[in-house]
Design a protein around this ligand. Structure first.
Ligand code: ZN
Length: 186
């Protein structure tokens, strides 16, 4: 089922998500809804890399992450339950990111280049992942959602905020938009 995506300034996005005790069919159904919702959102030059459960209003530690970030036609996702960063590299890298809950806005964020993550898969079995570059960025962004953090919180100054046009070109946001986004930042 396609669900409604919660967007800023809805305070639901500031909730802390709860650990999932047992991975049952209700969790698998929820993950499936999240995948359908992300695929439904894809449009023009934009496509969803991942979604956290809080983005459809469910405060649970659950995320679905696209398997292939380079191919918008790829519809395969990996579901991660209770993901947790166990190690981050000292080396940081800065890149532009966006969010389905922050429509049309992109921002430059510095994050650790590499992370080690522990989680459970869709069957509840423990898994460990070592991620680098964009996949590491995506998962840090999703785990932030579980802690009520939005990428805007990490954008150093408003000159690093952008809009995107239909061709995927980034342009600086207007002053009024900067002022709006400043109110949301924590
Ligand atoms: Zn997001």
């Amino acid at each position: 089922m396609i669900r409604k995506i919660v967007t800023i300034p809805n305070k639901i996005l500031r909730m802390k998500s709860k650990r999932i005790g047992f991975v049952d069919d209700s969790i698998r159904d929820l993950a499936n809804d999240m995948i359908q919702t992300t695929l439904d959102w894809d449009h023009d030059s934009e496509f969803g890399a991942a979604l956290a459960a809080i983005q459809i209003g469910e405060p649970l530690k659950l995320t679905v992450v696209r398997n292939d970030f380079d191919d918008a036609k790829s519809k395969e996702f990996t579901t991660l339950v209770n993901p947790e960063i166990v190690k981050s590299s000292n080396e940081n890298v800065s890149d532009v990111e966006g969010c389905l809950s922050v429509p049309g806005v992109y921002g430059r964020v510095s994050r650790p280049l590499k992370i080690k993550v522990k989680a459970q898969d869709i069957n509840g079995d423990p898994i460990r992942l070592t991620l680098e570059g964009f996949p590491a960025r995506v998962l840090q962004h999703e785990i932030d959602h579980m802690n009520g953090i939005i990428f805007l919180d990490h954008v150093k100054d408003s000159s690093q905020l952008f809009n995107i046009d239909k061709n995927g070109t980034l342009m600086p946001v207007s002053q009024s938009k900067k002022d709006d986004l400043k109110k949301i930042k924590q």
